[in-house]
Design a protein around this ligand. Structure first.
Ligand code: ARG
Length: 582
């Protein structure tokens, strides 16, 4: 469907033309004085300079040409603005089209295109911590937004499963249990299917090993183990398989609680087979050059304000690093999926890494010129006091603990306020807690830091997830009391709150489009907050269920039904949903 501003601008352009002026002056914007009008056109001011007459004269002449069936008000005001209000019939037919069109008539710029969204950022063998909340939920929202706007989307968690952390675990395990068959180079038999460690043990082994990185002897062992693993040493591959087998189900479980789902569970290790040929090719074509024993791709550009160091392809010890696997992953994604867009959601401290690999990929042709590469670098989530989030003993808080804290807090409210029957407490709590967490995060601009404030995020009032849920639940209960409403057509009642609600609804398409191009789910949050506010205002000021004029009532019901459907659609894009009762 054509966006409402485009329709009005088109009509305005026609009026300029009919009045004898250039149609290009007919651009209409949303009014910055909503107390005076809904939309405005300032074109007469610019036109006046060219046509050498008073702007108000032009504005008057143009206003005269506008079709009165479309506008209940089209007024030329000093010095030459044209103020507009839409007619009821215009608004009604636009909203009725919105109601009946698939996906509310939102345009689908992604049709026929594929977008890969690389998000989550999990590393195997390490429990997810609070730093993994943002990339998971921002990535999931961006993926769902792309999908809604027509893209074929592939979400890939791109596990950290190939780097030094693996070598560290292997080295630590060897120190603890040197007699395990995995370490015997002459062992030729089958390796045990049972892992030599449990998840709990693994979660202890890794940090212990990591804390020993400063010991040069241990670090050397870990580096060698990493290299040998990557070279395919059998015993180390077997340990790697155990680590994956233990770690993955747990990662899936926690992402599952967050309603975050990946189409692909590939990792750095899956890029490995693509590395040798890629490196050879980059050397052959002269893109990779030698530097202090390593192979690097120079990516500095003349216009750089800050130094952009070369992208390291192969380290001097022959091992692959983060950039290598990322470039090889681009080779794999291009071969397998031929995407039009690749989107990466990580902490913004990785900005330089992505700048380097994007440049290397583009200049070497690993990724074709037309393919859009984007890095959404998110800010940090701090504690409520604005300081880095730490556990009482100074450690990093686990993501699962954060989710549990939020869930416990919400559960207490649900129980205290007797919101639902006992059997439904858990399901209702989970939905509210998820909305609180996700909205609390997504309502911030991704690049900005924010403070995690459990109580504020979980509040049922204010700019929060639960407030949005509450609005939806309230509408649902009115609709349920009314009866069948799905087929009722939109009818514009002479009610200013209904008009405001309708105007808010018309912003759906432009909002999603803007959120897509800015990669900013926060715009969708701001939109549903505005829409929820408009619904609540309308509800407060209007008798709906007790309205005696049945035609009028049907129009009200149809309108709030449409608002509910739009709220639910936006919530689904953001990755949460409303319970039945609240
Ligand atoms: N595992 C990485 C980390 O912990 C994030 C991976 C992001 N994706 C990528 N393709 N580099 O920092």
């Amino acid at each position: 469907m054509e966006k409402i501003l485009d329709i009005i601008s088109r009509k305005m352009a026609e009026a300029f033309e009919k009045a004898g002026f250039d149609a290009a002056y007919g651009k209409v914007t949303v009014s910055n004085r909503p107390d005076l009008c809904q939309y405005q056109c300032n074109g007469a001011l610019a036109a006046a300079k060219v046509y050498k007459c008073a702007p108000i004269q032009i504005a008057n002449a143009v206003a005269e040409q506008l079709d009165k069936a479309d506008f209940s008000m089209c007024e030329a005001v000093m010095p030459g603005f044209i103020n507009l209000k839409l007619s009821d019939s215009f608004l009604q037919s636009y909203l009725e089209d919105t109601r009946t069109a698939p996906d509310f008539g939102v345009a689908k710029p992604g049709n026929g295109k594929t977008a890969v969204v690389d998000y989550g950022g999990a590393n195997v063998a390490k429990p997810l911590h609070i730093g993994h909340l943002r990339p998971a939920i921002i990535g999931e929202a961006l993926k769902r937004l792309h999908k809604f706007l027509g893209y074929n989307t592939i979400g890939d968690v791109h596990l950290g499963d190939w780097g030094l952390q693996m070598g560290l675990i292997i080295a630590e395990l060897q120190e603890r249990q040197p007699d395990l068959c995995y370490f015997d180079p002459d062992y030729t038999g089958e390796y045990p299917t049972e892992s030599p460690f449990t998840l709990t043990e693994l979660e202890e082994i890794y940090p212990t090993a990591s804390s020993k990185k400063s010991d040069p002897e241990f670090a050397e062992k870990a580096h060698i183990a990493t290299y040998e693993l990557q070279q395919g040493r059998r015993g180390y591959r077997a340990i790697w398989n155990h680590i994956m087998g233990i770690s993955l189900p747990d990662l899936r479980r926690i992402y599952g609680i967050l309603d975050v789902h990946f189409e692909k569970w590939l990792g750095e290790s899956d890029a490995d087979p693509y590395i040798p040929a890629m490196v050879e090719d980059l050397k052959d074509r002269g893109f990779a050059v030698q530097s202090a024993g390593a192979w690097v791709i120079p990516v500095a550009e003349e216009t750089d304000k800050k130094e952009v160091p070369p992208c390291i392809l192969v380290k001097s010890d022959g091992s692959a690093i983060y950039a290598t696997t990322d470039l090889a992953t681009m080779v794999q994604r291009t071969q397998d999926w031929n995407p039009d867009k690749m989107l990466y959601v990580t902490d913004k401290r990785q900005n330089l890494h992505f700048e380097q690999i994007f440049r290397a990929a583009k200049k070497s042709g690993i990724v074709k010129e037309h393919v859009q590469l984007d890095h959404v670098g998110h800010g940090t989530m701090n504690g409520a006091d604005g300081k880095p989030f730490k556990t009482r003993d100074g450690g990093v808080l686990r993501l699962e603990q954060l989710i549990n804290d939020m869930t416990d807090f919400v559960r207490t409210k649900v129980v205290e306020n007797k919101i639902v029957d006992e059997s439904e407490v858990e399901a209702t709590t989970a939905k509210i807690a998820l909305a609180a967490l996700k909205y609390g995060d997504l309502s911030n601009q991704p690049t900005k830091d924010y403070n995690f404030d459990l109580e504020r995020f979980a509040a049922f009032e204010g700019n929060t997830g639960p407030y949005i849920l509450y609005t939806v639940v309230r509408i649902k209960s009115i609709l349920a009391r009314y009866g069948a409403w799905e087929h009722l057509p939109i009818a514009v009642p002479a009610n200013p709150y209904a008009t405001d609600l309708m105007l808010a609804i018309t912003k759906l398409g432009p909002t999603l489009e803007a959120a897509l191009s800015a990669l900013a789910p926060n715009m969708i949050c701001a939109y549903i907050y505005e829409l929820a506010g408009a619904v609540n205002k309308f509800y407060h000021e209007t008798r709906i269920l007790s309205e005696e004029d049945k035609t009028l009532q049907a129009g009200y019901i149809s309108l709030i039904g449409l608002a509910k459907n739009i709220l639910e659609t936006c919530m689904d894009i953001l990755g949460f949903s409303a319970p039945e009762k609240m």
